[in-house]
Design a protein. Structure first.
Length: 555
């Protein structure tokens, strides 16, 4: 079925823009042409996508949710982009020059990339975007990628308020040459560059929009494969249209993306069967009934779902109670109940996505930590008795914070049922809240026990292990282990950062600390149960960073 997007025609113009005069700010004094504006009348096949998530923001430096990353990745290109095969491909970067010591990166930019208002994308946009990410005023939860992971010079000091954002180790050598200074070499630095936090930002436009930036098509700029045409905050219905002024527009075959709100798996299936949707994610009973459907695909999302314990809470300071709860849970049965292809998780780094130089999976198929993360009723009862004795109490009333989404409800109810049946005296009260509210409460450490998740931003164990460093925004339970902090530090900016084999072993040791301390309780590794129309091809699915990319999709 063909769908058409019709908008008021807008003729692409080419006008001249005079850049600011050269001075101490380093801006060029030469004249830069405005580019063609995207056409507003594009016909052709539109991909209709079921959407049941929440987008926190489309601001590239502030976004946190995977759902937002997917949309932003369609709207904005960075220096690099993820290839369909998962490899790193050049995007706005035309040439990359790395110094012999790995501390200096110089990126020569394409000169045919424009924002959707016609402004050229220049090195100054990258300088501003990166400075904006680390500026404490931005309150970017992913700013730690600049400091702790990418090791951009002075990023940590700026985030701590000890330096100004303009002291970040980045500069525009000229309009189309962007230079980055690192404090230590980072072997996976290029992988970070297709992540939203590292995207460029148009300073003049963003400052003009102020608080309204990224809240509507009129307050947003794109430079990527698609432009935003219909969007409101908190809405689950919105549209993207092909960007005809995109430098690689010939590779984009579909006219646009139409995200359609669905209430649950049943609603999604009904709309799919009626032809309203081309791509849906199912849950629960719908998965069971559709597994034999030729359109059915089980796709690894890379997301680890785990229980975080608030270690500031008196009862959860007791490791024996945490062990008892962990060992009382049959993760295999939970994965079966969820029924979307998800698998049981027994480690805080999921398996199948990050590998050593010799091809070894960081997390093998066997249960590595059976003493703290397996189904062992007798051991669970033993640890529970010890906890009761140490805490001088026989009963425990626990509030369990959970996002009000189908799979997470199933998992939470199963955990409650299993723990209460095996460990008499524990009563778990599930508190279902919107995803945004759940995250806000856990970031503020205002919870007792919570079911949360994390998807890998890059293919290295550090994307998970960095979370449990003391002070990290994603360390919801306030896990504090100085030995762990030192080990992670040594792997990021210490001696081990240039010794990949030794670093790998050290990261494994760090994971062992988190698991043996029962800082978190892994539950399941999510797969998405998708139905995809047979006439839809070319969607790239990834377990890392941006989960779905539509640039090469056809219908």
């Amino acid at each position: 079925m063909k769908n058409f997007i019709n908008f008021t025609a807008l003729i692409g113009l080419s006008v001249m823009l005079v850049a600011c005069g050269s001075g101490k700010d380093g801006k060029s004094s030469r004249r830069i042409e405005k580019g063609p504006l995207p056409e507003q009348n594009v016909s052709g096949s539109v991909l209709n996508i079921a959407f049941d998530s929440t987008i926190d923001t489309l601001d590239q430096q502030k976004a946190v949710y995977a759902s937002a990353f997917e949309i932003i990745g369609s709207l904005i290109d960075g220096l690099m982009q993820m290839g369909d095969d998962g490899s790193v491909k050049k995007a706005i970067c035309e040439e990359e020059i790395v110094s012999p010591d790995g501390l200096s990166y110089t990126f020569k930019l394409r000169k045919d990339v424009f924002w959707s208002n016609g402004d050229p994308v220049t090195a100054h946009d990258f300088v501003y975007g990166w400075q904006r990410a680390v500026d404490p005023a931005t309150e970017s939860e992913y700013a730690f990628l600049m400091s702790d992971i990418a090791q951009v010079k002075n990023a940590g000091a700026i985030m701590a308020g000890q330096m100004e954002p303009n002291q970040l180790g980045v500069r525009a050598v000229d309009d189309y040459t962007f230079e980055v200074q690192l404090t230590v070499p980072v072997s996976f630095f290029d992988q970070l560059l297709y992540f939203c936090t590292f995207y460029p930002a148009n300073q003049k436009f963003i400052e003009k929009m102020g608080e309204s930036y990224a809240t509507s098509p009129d307050t947003y700029l794109s430079n990527g494969a698609f432009i935003l045409t219909d969007y409101k905050p908190n809405s689950k219905n919105f549209k993207l249209m092909k960007n005809t002024a995109y430098y690689d527009a010939n590779s984009v075959k579909i006219a646009g993306l139409n995200y359609v709100s669905v209430q649950n798996g049943e609603d999604a299936l009904r709309k799919y069967q009626s032809g309203q949707l081309d791509l849906v994610e199912l849950d629960g009973e719908q998965v069971k009934t559709q597994k034999s459907n030729p359109d059915f695909k089980s796709i690894d999302s890379g997301f680890l779902y785990y229980v975080a314990f608030n270690l500031d809470n008196p009862i959860f300071k007791n490791i024996n109670l945490r062990k008892a709860i962990s060992l009382a849970v049959d993760r295999e049965s939970i994965a079966e109940e969820i029924a979307d292809g998800s698998i049981a998780a027994y480690a805080c780094v999921p398996k199948g996505y990050t590998f050593s130089s010799t091809g070894s999976d960081f997390t093998p198929g066997s249960i590595e930590f059976p003493d703290v993360c397996s189904y062992n009723p007798s051991a669970a009862k033993k640890y529970y008795a010890a906890a009761q004795s140490e805490l001088s109490r026989k009963t425990f009333e626990i509030e369990f914070l959970v996002a009000d989404l189908d799979a997470q409800r199933i998992a939470a109810r199963s955990i409650k049922r299993q723990v209460e049946a095996l460990l008499p005296g524990i009563h778990i009260n599930i508190k279902l809240v919107p995803k945004s509210e759940r995250r806000k409460a856990m970031v503020a450490h205002k919870f007792e026990m919570g079911l949360t998740n994390w998807g890998p931003d890059y293919a290295d164990p550090m994307t998970y292990l960095a979370m449990w460093v003391t002070g990290n925004d994603n360390n919801h339970g306030n896990y504090a282990n100085p030995k762990y902090n030192a080990l992670i530090s040594n792997c990021t900016d210490g001696d081990l950062c240039t010794k990949p084999d030794e670093r790998w072993l050290a990261l494994k040791k760090a994971e062992t600390m988190v698991m043996e301390d029962v800082a978190v309780m892994p539950v399941y590794q999510q797969c998405n149960a998708d139905l995809i129309k047979p006439n839809v091809k070319g969607i790239a699915f990834h377990a890392v960073a941006i989960n779905r990319i539509y640039k090469h999709a056809t219908k």
